[in-house]
Design a protein around this ligand. Structure first.
Ligand code: HSE
Length: 418
């Protein structure tokens, strides 16, 4: 039987997550993992750890033969990629929390893992404390995974909760998220949906074996959501959440996107408040499963890094079974979505693009509920511009095979045909 490896760690970054990890490791001696050196950018900053631990020379870590694991929890995407590439090339296992870097360089990271035969683990990069990647990797067979819907960004969920439940304004809520260490250094990444998109990019790989560039996935954040949208949500007995989702359609292809959505009160995602994340997986036979936990913050993120470090003692690595042992399904935009859209002026909403409109409301802030072909969201940007706010209806996806029947029913209801 193979014995557990002693892990000698070179740590890059000593911010919210790096320091959290340092503290957590101090309290976990049983792990047989010790931090040999920490590489930081700013040597003048006061750190709460012995000075001899720190260096600004990354090569000291990357070239040290004693260090067998590089843990990388820095903010900048390109330096993170260089660190990861050199570490893998130098025969070191890597644990990374850099979601932006992973999303932007996924094909290269996949290739390097094979070429240099080293593990690259990144559980902390998505949903922090929820072990979603290892679950998707190990538990769900491709054919059995019908859909996955998730709240993957803690800051936006925190802001939505604070705005709509505690009546803070947007700026106050964002400031609080920053103070608590949930938000990205550039909070636009959270608010405009980039962070959720990045996480969704590689979660799609672990879920379905899909390797897609982030720019090909339709997404938005919460920047256009108005208080009046929350009033409508309340009237309909819904909550507003930023939901990343993927669904296997009847044609075997996958619909995937990250968009704000109305969720009903019996949807487990409605239960996810503040910086928590949640993942609802629907699979054949098992029906629905719900994973819930803290998705941001120092210790929740450090706990996922710790779990990856612990897994390395047993030579764990992702096999990417759905990518390498199966024919992965294709992403598609051949489906329809039921949307709620609020706006100031009709001229910003191309009514002719809708298959049908089920509701419309006048007033200072107007809104409609209507069905759009998804290709319009992929091709156009009107739904993100000019103060237009698009929120998906619950159960938004309508498949090709259902559209005729539903359209007929809707027109009958409106008294247009009989
Ligand atoms: N800014 C991220 C979030 C941090 O709010 O979810 C965790 O990835």
């Amino acid at each position: 039987m193979e014995t557990q490896r002693q892990l000698n760690i070179g740590l890059f970054g000593f911010g919210v997550v790096g320091e959290g990890l340092y503290r957590v490791l101090e309290q976990t001696p049983s792990l047989q993992a010790n931090i040999v050196k920490v590489c930081i950018k700013d040597p003048t900053k006061k750190r709460n750890a012995p000075a001899e631990l720190f260096t600004t020379d990354r090569n000291i870590l990357l070239n040290d033969p004693e260090i067998n694991v590089i843990v990388e929890v820095i903010n900048e995407s390109e330096p993170a990629f260089e660190i990861v590439s050199t570490a893998l090339k130098n025969g070191k296992a890597v644990v990374s929390a850099s979601k932006k870097m992973i999303a932007e360089h996924l094909p290269e990271i996949l290739e390097m893992q094979q070429k240099y035969n080293q593990p690259f683990l990144c559980e902390s990069a998505a949903c922090a404390s929820i072990p979603v990647i290892r679950n998707l990797e190990e538990y769900y067979d491709n054919d059995l995974l019908h859909s996955i819907r998730a709240i993957v960004n803690g800051s936006t969920n925190f802001i939505l909760t604070k705005m709509f439940e505690d009546k803070l304004d947007f700026k106050q809520a964002l400031m609080l998220a920053q103070q608590l260490g949930f938000a990205e250094a550039d909070p636009v990444l959270d608010v405009e949906g980039w962070d959720a998109l990045n996480k969704w990019t590689f979660l799609l790989t672990h879920a379905y074996g899909i390797v897609e560039k982030p720019e090909n996935i339709v997404f938005n954040g919460i920047q256009n959501i108005k208080l009046s949208d929350a009033v409508v949500a309340k009237e309909k007995n819904h909550e507003i959440k930023l939901v990343a989702q993927a669904k296997k359609l009847q044609n075997g292809k996958v619909a995937a996107f990250v968009l704000p959505q109305f969720v009903t009160h019996d949807d487990p995602l409605a239960f996810v408040k503040n910086e928590f994340n949640g993942v609802v997986i629907e699979s054949g036979f098992a029906d629905k499963q719900f994973f819930y936990g803290k998705g941001a913050g120092s210790f929740p993120t450090a706990s996922a890094v710790l779990s990856d470090i612990s897994a390395l003692r047993y030579q764990y690595r992702y096999e990417y079974k759905k990518l390498y042992y199966h024919q992965p399904p294709q992403l598609t935009n051949e489906f329809y979505v039921r949307t709620y859209i609020s706006f100031d002026d009709w001229k910003h909403v191309p009514r002719d693009k809708f298959e049908w409109i089920e509701e419309w409301h006048a007033g200072e802030r107007k809104y409609l509920v209507g069905v759009l072909h998804f290709k319009h969201l992929q091709a156009d940007a009107w739904w993100k511009e000019n103060n237009v706010s698009l929120i998906l209806a619950p159960d938004a996806i309508i498949e090709d095979v259902e559209i005729r029947k539903l359209k007929k029913k809707s027109l009958e209801l409106a008294g247009i045909v009989d």
